[in-house]
Design a protein. Structure first.
Length: 364
């Protein structure tokens, strides 16, 4: 007689723990208890059947957890190391916009829940909500709380709100003149001329110190950026790996920064009255002063943003192709060649002379 693989407990129940294909938060294998009141052979049959389901990825864990509860666990576990602004975005989507799903079980989540959610979002929020929703569902599939088919079942045919393309404009001739003629405080002028002459992101410019400025070589080193947690300044790394770069400074900026840095008492280029890091409200006041000064020069209301100056910088460089390459423009912006081509292709095409190129290349 074959030896029984499993022995019964004092109540005559046969049981064992079997790996269900998932892992606990600390990386250990998560196991499910299987039981049989009949026999060891019956339990062996259950184990084989269960293991076959796991191998075929058909096993789904049963849980009463709600979609929102799981989403919060997902964010706390898998997004904990993200930059502050990214974490705040996830928290806002889950705590505010997913709140209408607070009573929906994770196992019951469906396409209609997602579509109703998106119908109540603005286009810009809707894009973030859709992205977050998809990541949460994908994680739930990987954790065996939802079947693999859930990704297709939930997201196929969903209407995602599409935001209007933001207006991309360059500086007018009046605004360009005002950059140099406006009456500005020393710090305001330094900030304005840096974003105009180097195309830095606002967060990159605010993080600059005197140690990032090489007046001898006329280059500016971009190594870090800032973000604001409420009103408070928080240091962080650059937006992407490409963002770490050295940017050439035009002569007018080199000359001005030489005298500006000489008058600083601390190392930060942009700071509060006591020399500490600039707060969000401090930046807001500085930018409002810049806008008022430009408006006084142009005689028109000023709605310029720091990003418009970055767009103006890139547009100006694109008109210098082929003196400067697309690859080099991307490097100066701390971005990718794909971005430059996608956003500024109309300018690149304007510069092209296909007929002339063919003529010059092939005529003997």
């Amino acid at each position: 007689m074959a030896k029984r693989k499993y022995s019964p407990d004092k109540n005559g129940i046969y049981s064992t723990l079997v790996w269900d294909g998932t892992y606990t938060p600390d990386g250990r294998k998560h196991r499910k208890q299987l039981r049989s009141k009949k026999s060891s052979a019956d339990l062996e049959r259950q184990v084989r059947q269960f293991q076959a389901q796991v191998e075929a990825r058909k096993y789904i864990q049963t849980t009463d957890i709600t979609f929102c509860e799981y989403a919060r666990i997902w964010a706390d576990t898998y997004k904990a190391g993200r930059e502050l602004n990214t974490r705040k975005m996830y928290d806002n989507i889950i705590n505010v916009h997913f709140r209408q799903l607070s009573h929906v079980k994770l196992s019951d989540i469906s396409r209609v829940h997602l579509q109703n959610l998106l119908n109540h979002c603005t286009p810009s929020v809707g894009q973030k909500a859709y992205m977050t929703f998809r990541q949460v569902v994908k994680s739930a599939v990987q954790d065996k709380f939802l079947p693999p088919a859930a990704l297709d079942d939930i997201f196929t045919g969903v209407e995602i709100p599409r935001p209007k393309k933001a207006e991309r404009r360059v500086l007018t001739d009046k605004e360009k003149t005002a950059v140099f003629t406006a009456t500005l405080k020393d710090m305001d002028k330094a900030f304005l001329w840096i974003i105009y002459g180097c195309g830095l992101r606002r967060e990159e410019a605010l993080a600059l110190s005197v140690f990032d400025v090489d007046l001898k070589s006329s280059y500016l080193a971009v190594k870090r950026s800032v973000c604001f947690d409420g009103n408070n300044h928080k240091g962080k790394g650059t937006k992407t790996e490409n963002s770490v770069r050295s940017v050439p400074m035009p002569g007018f900026l080199v000359d001005y920064l030489r005298q500006y840095i000489h008058g600083l008492s601390g190392s930060l280029l942009f700071c509060n009255a006591s020399g500490g890091s600039m707060t969000a409200s401090g930046y807001r006041r500085m930018w409002e002063r810049i806008q008022r000064a430009i408006a006084a020069e142009t005689g028109e209301p000023c709605t310029l943003t720091a990003h418009i100056f970055r767009h103006n910088y890139c547009t100006s460089l694109c008109y210098q192709i082929p003196t400067v390459s697309i690859k080099r423009i991307a490097q100066l912006l701390g971005d990718t060649e794909r971005m430059v081509i996608d956003v500024y292709n109309h300018i690149i095409l304007e510069k092209e002379d296909a007929a002339g190129a063919v003529e010059r290349a092939l005529t003997i």
